[in-house]
Ligand binder design. Structure first.
Ligand code: PEP
Ligand code: MN
Length: 342
């Protein structure tokens, strides 16, 4: 169960409450977030405790039952969380009226092509450049990214374009290597349930883009977000990137229904990645527009100068020209819903 404590409750009182519950054999976790103090209580025989608790002081609200997530839910916070990503071109915000665009290649390849692409992405109205160095590839024989060798390229892109930079990390050493040059970090689909990684990223001071596991339910996605929040990082943006279904035509299946569903149950921003979802460049525009109509708070799209020669995911990369068209038509769709794209 979850207990929401009175704001007037002081530290010693909170500690005493935890000790009292622990003495009864319960596992407790005290978390302060969103201007609230919550105490989760786990263990057997909660029904008996429930009767008792109504007589205890300092408890504002009791939410009985098992809760995989609470802080990430609309029950905890009704209004949308607005997540700010720092950028020298003007901060980028997710969760408000604007729908930011994240674009870039699947992976950085060379300094020259990366800088050229970053400048081209900027010219389309891109807000954040995806600059991946550490690639979680299904096959160990596939290109694994430039890794640490690419770190100077991140700095160069930042200096030359001022774009905010997103990169994926898979462990604390990778975070350390890129930390000074990135504005947002990504947890990839394969790591959504890597709880040690989530605990680590809960302790950093940069927003986290959390991608839905390809076989994960929305509850599992929100529980992963809860890990980040419980460990101290409430700057979490969720990303629907396609789930595995029986269909083989597309690489994954973009779960459009997940967008309004998540918007109902969580206050966190929700973006989509139509590139990995479809695996096909021809489908990226339609899925992007469908996502805008379904209420996304951002788009992440893979682009490449020469998709046929891309080191990875060329089949799903669109050209800069197509990205421009996606954004232009997307603006009209967004305006129908009172939103602004890019
Ligand atoms: C990516 O965005 O670079 C990526 C690898 O995506 P996913 O984790 O969704 O496969
Ligand atoms: Mn990719």
């Amino acid at each position: 169960m979850i207990l929401v404590l009175e704001n007037s409750f002081i530290r010693e009182q909170k500690r005493d409450l935890c000790l009292r519950l622990q003495k009864k054999g319960f596992f407790t976790r005290l978390v302060e977030q969103y201007g609230q103090t919550i105490l989760s209580v786990d263990g057997p025989n909660q029904d008996l405790l429930l009767k008792d608790l109504s007589k205890w002081s300092g408890i504002k609200k009791i939410i009985p039952g098992q809760h995989a997530y609470y802080l990430a839910s609309r029950e905890c916070q009704k209004k949308n969380s607005i997540i700010k990503v720092n950028s020298s071109n003007g901060d980028v915000t997710f969760g408000g009226k604007k729908i930011p665009i994240i674009s870039g290649p699947c992976a950085l390849e060379t300094e020259e092509t990366a800088i050229e692409l970053a400048k081209a992405c900027k010219s389309t109205g891109t807000d954040i450049f995806r600059a991946m160095l550490f690639k979680p590839r299904s096959s160990p024989y596939s290109f694994q990214g430039l890794k640490k060798l690419g770190v100077p390229i991140l700095r160069a892109i930042k200096e030359l374009t001022g774009l905010a930079i997103l990169t994926e990390v898979r462990d604390p050493l990778e975070t350390e290597a890129v930390y000074d040059y990135v504005d947002m970090v990504q947890v990839g689909t394969r790591n959504m349930s890597n709880f040690q990684l989530l605990k680590h990223l809960g302790q950093i001071e940069k927003p986290v883009l959390l991608k839905r596991g390809m076989g994960a339910s929305l509850e599992e996605l929100l529980s992963a977000a809860e890990y980040l929040i419980v460990h101290g990082n409430s700057d979490v943006i969720l990303c629907e990137r396609g789930i595995r279904t029986f269909d083989q035509f597309t690489r994954f299946t973009l779960d459009i229904g997940a967008i309004p569903s998540l918007k109902e149950i969580t206050h966190l921003p929700v973006i989509i990645d139509p590139s990995h979802a479809s695996g096909k460049s021809s489908l990226v525009p339609s899925l992007s527009w469908a996502g805008i109509a379904a209420g996304v708070d951002g788009l992440m799209i893979e682009v490449h100068q020469n998709p046929k020669e891309a080191y990875s995911d060329g089949a799903q990369a669109i050209s800069i020209k197509t990205l421009g068209e996606v954004i232009q038509r997307g603006k009209s769709i967004a305006s129908i819903f009172g939103r602004e794209l890019g």
